[in-house]
Design a binder for this molecule. Structure first.
Ligand code: SAJ
Length: 452
């Protein structure tokens, strides 16, 4: 099936017998699946595999996560509590924190973070640590699949040499693939099961067995010619989003200068029935994907003496949005005759996007940090985030009460959580700076609202 990827001097039949044995275990679901990293990618994936009958063993460095999972306690919003509870109670899914279990595993899926350093340099410490640990226990007949978003070449150039130090040969003794996660946290329409999955192998056999594995639980699996191609597909996807978000953010900056309403302009532009896709400005770009992943590609491209201008520019624009929000808040307060030093500000929403409790890289926190330096007081309310501690800022959410809203000189909406009653907020607020157009359906007292 994948012979088109076979090279002329393909390895002898040894690889085929190892492959055939693993394929059989995958097909009859007797294969034991390991998932390294039980976060927003790993845990949903483990549940999908458990639901079709695979025994799943999660490996996570967090003792708390391991303990909670083994008690059947869910901690990922996209996972159904009852499903996890049942799978754990039935002994189908369990978690450990060490790697001694690896010889029992037939397939090992890695979904650990791939952050950036402060200088926007890829930080592969988690992927490298896991790979070194796996190498201690790797045996013939195993498939290792990296799902973490990373630069093209990670699987083949970083992981493969470490795994082959065992003396085992890739695509003959063991199999190695890259299949990027495509999870949109909070998306109720697309789940692990019905999101098309890209798969690239370090060799034709690796591709064949990885495709067979993913096809057991995912509706559409899309093979590509190499692990490197699969890695580039994913960082391209996230670069596409970062660049388009930066484009609408730049349009907003221009509209601010021109005295035009960017939301009206964009809504009208998106009525075009073809050749366009909705993106909207905001206080900045949060999460652990869009602000970070494109810089993995930017960094790798330099090795080829190539500057990815769009990635650099998009990052520059998106990173300066929190500063712009604070600038606009200051101008709004001045227009209201309130000196910023006396200003009481209530920030609505700290999660990096709506209807989630995730604050990672949240632009709202960057806005709060800046406002705290110039305002009399800054409080926040977020129905999903009771408290946070980021970049030395530790805060607790205040109740969204009438007095809190009425006493604030300015309410800054930074996350447009669906459950907040924005009409009620407008009724009681003195003035609002709405960075998400969350008040678009509020018809009364529009004069109180300044849009980004
Ligand atoms: N944002 C805007 N304007 C937009 C869209 C997003 O300001 O028009 C902001 C959001 O508020 C958020 C940030 O950008 O702060 C990122 O939002 P996102 O939904 O693009 O990214 P994530 O990290 O929640 O999820 C994304 C996936 N999202 C979608 O495809 C919609 C997808 O890009 C990846 O599968 C996933 O990251 C990942 O794990 O890489």
């Amino acid at each position: 099936m994948f012979d088109q990827y076979l090279t002329a001097n393909d390895a002898p039949s040894a690889g085929r017998s190892v492959l055939a044995a693993l394929l059989a275990k995958i097909e009859n679901r007797s294969a034991v699946v390991g998932v390294v990293g039980l976060g927003y990618v790993g845990l949903p994936f483990a549940v999908e595999k458990g639901k079709v009958g695979y025994k799943v063993i999660g490996i996570d460095q967090s003792a708390d996560r391991v303990a909670r999972l083994n008690r059947g306690e869910n901690y990922i919003p996209d996972v159904k509590d009852a499903e996890l509870k049942t799978l754990v109670a039935d002994g189908i899914i369990r978690a450990v924190s060490g790697y001694e279990i690896v010889p029992e595993l037939d397939v090992i899926v890695i979904a650990v973070p791939t952050p950036l350093t402060k200088n926007l340099v890829p930080d592969l410490q988690y992927v490298e640590n896991v790979t070194r640990e796996l190498a201690k226990y790797l045996r013939p007949g195993q498939l290792v699949s990296l799902e973490s978003t990373t630069y093209p070449g990670t699987t083949d150039e970083i992981m493969r040499p470490v795994l082959e130090q065992t003396g085992l040969k890739v695509d003959q003794d063991f199999f190695l693939a890259h299949s990027p996660e495509r999870v949109d946290p909070g998306n109720t329409r697309y789940s692990t099961k019905n999101t098309n999955k890209i798969v690239g192998g370090v060799g034709p056999r690796s591709l064949e067995v990885a495709v067979a594995f993913y096809r057991q639980t995912i509706d559409q699996v899309v093979p590509v010619s190499s692990a490197k191609a699969a890695e580039l597909v994913k960082v391209f996807e996230n670069t596409f989003r970062a660049v388009n978000i930066a484009l609408v953010n730049e349009m907003m900056l221009l509209c601010d200068r021109m005295g035009l309403n960017v939301w009206e302009v964009l809504e009208a532009a998106f009525t075009k029935p073809f050749g366009i896709m909705p993106f909207f400005p905001g206080p900045g770009v949060g999460g652990h994907c869009i602000p970070l992943d494109p810089h993995y590609l930017e960094w790798k491209a330099k090795e080829y003496n190539f500057n990815t201008h769009f990635i650099a520019l998009a990052g520059e624009i998106n990173r300066k949005m929190p500063e712009f929000v604070v600038d606009k808040a200051t101008r709004t307060l001045n227009r209201l005759g309130v000196a910023t030093t006396n200003a009481r500000v209530l920030v609505l929403g700290v999660a990096y996007k709506k209807d989630l409790d995730d604050c990672r890289e949240s632009p709202a926190i960057a806005v709060i940090e800046r406002l705290q330096k110039i305002c009399h007081s800054v409080d926040y309310h977020d129905p999903f985030v009771a408290e946070f501690s980021e970049h030395g800022v530790n805060m607790k959410s205040v109740p969204l009460r009438e007095d809190r809203v009425a006493n604030a000189d300015l309410v800054v909406i930074t996350t447009d959580h669906s459950q907040v009653d924005y009409a009620w907020v407008v009724s009681h607020a003195r003035h609002l700076l709405d960075t998400r157009n969350a008040t678009r359906n509020v018809k009364h007292q529009r004069e109180k609202i300044t849009l980004l």
